[in-house]
Design a protein around this ligand. Structure first.
Ligand SMILES: Cc1ncc(COP(=O)(O)O)c(C=O)c1O
Length: 393
């Protein structure tokens, strides 16, 4: 008998969840023992598990003010918005709070339409932007194909696919006409950790400016220190028009996303209605989690730790490639977001319908440990991966 709730992204019969009991730092307690978490529970628990300060901030908020309507003003909401804008590039003046990453992208898409009056958007095949209808239409992988036809007007480009070099965006934008927005993950996460080359975003930015399109950078996965900078796009030299956030914004401790909006976009809504809103907009529990999490990033220097551990992670994974050259392919990453391409053969591949198409890496092991990871824990994790590869070999 299957569970009385749906497991996501899979058929239900025989589906098994991860039986969680708790955790501390980089370690998880599961029903079958202690696990060194090299996934940060889908890229969200950047501050680590069992973080008392964050849990206590949530508890204190719950006792003080647990519920607020979308139009409420309360101190933590204001402080969180101010802190986020202070961390964004110069010129960002507004935050729209959402419930997570999908609806952050959903709302950025609506804002782009409201501001430009255009419904077309460009995104990458090699990208994921969420599961709600607009966000999944922007996504490029099998999750979009599963529910097509999606939103009209969304055009995908092959940027970052191994079959092309450089960007197709300027040309596609010219040929399409009327493009209102470009949605890009700063560093592609779940589709295999793809890092755009030097100069890439500067070229895309210039094309958007020529065309009058807004550039939306999705930091839901890459943001909050994952790549060794607070936002992934800071590895390049350009300013987006909107930045979408989720996941590690709260360290995973609350349900909250955000769209950070540049003044040149936000100013439209001084006189025009912002046709966006959610009942749980800026929910106090999510806000309290995010506010304390942002303080923890600063106090515990977690972004700096991710940057400092990058060479050690790269060296460890390259050593595994040296030991298992027939299994391990390309190794790439930034900060504490790494991918190791694996050639595992049919026995280790997923169901046919979710397999990567021709030309996509057969399977990439994506690594994203909590940013509180120590050097010793990193070595231990790499050693464990090595033992798993030895079994496959
Ligand atoms: C880059 C990116 N954008 C958006 C989303 C969607 O976020 P959520 O699942 O919180 O709605 C994800 C989730 O995996 C993501 O990786």
């Amino acid at each position: 008998m299957s569970d009385p709730f749906f497991h996501t992204w899979q058929a239900q019969r025989g589906a098994k969840g991860l039986e969680l009991r708790g955790g501390e730092g980089a370690w998880l307690e599961t029903a079958s023992g202690r696990v060194l978490d090299f996934g940060a529970l889908v890229y969200q628990v950047n501050p680590g598990h069992g973080h008392r300060r964050i849990a206590e901030a949530i508890a204190a908020q719950a006792m003080r003010l647990a519920v607020a309507p979308p139009n409420a003003v309360y101190p933590e909401k204001r402080e969180l918005a101010e802190r986020l804008l202070a961390k964004a590039p110069k010129g960002f003046t507004k935050v729209l709070f959402t419930l997570g990453g999908s609806d952050a992208n959903e709302n950025a898409l609506k804002i782009a339409r409201l501001v430009t009056g255009r419904y077309k958007a460009i995104a990458r095949y090699r990208g994921y932007h969420g599961a709600t209808f607009g966000a999944v239409s922007l996504s490029g992988d099998w999750r979009r194909q599963a529910v097509e036809p999606g939103l009209p007007g969304i055009v995908h480009v092959l940027d970052l696919d191994p079959t092309v070099t450089g960007t197709q965006i300027p040309r596609v934008m010219e040929l399409e006409g009327n493009v209102g927005a470009v949605f890009l993950e700063s560093v592609v996460g779940a589709n295999g950790v793809l890092i755009p080359p030097k100069g890439y975003y500067e070229e895309v930015r210039a094309a958007c400016d020529r065309h009058g399109a807004l550039l939306v950078i999705d930091e839901v996965l890459a943001g909050f220190g994952r790549t060794g900078k607070l936002f992934g796009f800071e590895h390049w030299d350009f300013t987006p028009d909107m930045i979408t956030c989720g996941k590690a914004l709260t360290g995973g401790y609350g349900t909250l996303g955000a769209v950070l909006v540049h003044e040149r976009v936000a100013e439209r809504f001084e006189e025009h209605v912002l046709a966006c809103g959610l009942t749980h907009h800026a929910h106090p529990i999510g806000v309290a989690a995010a506010l304390e999490t942002l303080r923890v990033y600063d106090d515990e220097k977690l972004v700096e730790n991710a940057a400092a551990l990058e060479p050690r992670m790269r060296a460890g994974l390259l050593a595994l490639r040296g030991r298992f050259p027939e299994i391990v392919g390309d190794v790439r990453g930034l900060g504490l977001l790494f991918a190791m391409e694996l050639r595992l053969g049919d026995a280790h591949r997923g169901p046919k319908e979710i397999r990567a198409p021709e030309g996509f890496p057969e399977s990439a092991l994506v690594l994203s440990p909590p940013l509180c990871l120590t050097a010793e824990e990193l070595d231990e994790g790499v050693a464990r991966i090595g033992r798993a590869l030895a079994k496959v070999a």
